[in-house]
Design a protein around this ligand. Structure first.
Ligand code: ZN
Length: 136
């Protein structure tokens, strides 16, 4: 069994946006040379998150809108006493920052409408994306 690891860096351009990183992850899996195993994708940040869903522009906006409805900025949060981004932390905490998927015969096992989407909630800034592979 082998392991493989690579970090990518990318910049977000808005305070809130959804960035599709599917092609980056697919290229990473190819580059790893591992054909069968587990793929772990992690975004090492507390105010952004990672989901598997459709990369359609309307749905991307729906995701941002619904999260804003659930966790509006300035909602009287304790964390806002020392920072101004509690709403961003809460969105990330609820969704999560990593996903594990199987890789079979060189392909990521995912649904047709399951793209890797990073939800930026505290941008614009530079974000890291970690890709780990384990297998043969
Ligand atoms: Zn904070």
């Amino acid at each position: 069994m082998r392991t493989w690891y690579k970090e990518f860096s990318f910049s977000t351009r808005k305070q809130k946006e959804v960035v599709d990183v599917t092609s980056t992850i697919e290229r990473a899996v190819d580059e790893s040379g591992i054909k069968n195993g587990l793929l772990l994708v992690q975004i090492p940040h507390a105010t952004a998150s990672l989901v598997l869903n459709e990369g359609e522009s309307g749905l991307k906006q729906d995701l941002l809108n619904k999260l804003e409805e659930l966790f509006p900025a300035g909602g009287g949060y304790m964390h806002d006493r020392i920072d101004d981004n509690a709403h961003s932390h809460l969105k990330s905490a609820v969704i999560g920052s990593s996903r594990v998927l199987p890789v079979i015969d060189g392909g990521i096992v995912r649904g047709t409408w399951q793209n890797f989407l990073i939800i930026e909630e505290d941008g614009p800034r530079t974000r890291r994306l970690a890709v780990f592979m384990m297998g043969e």
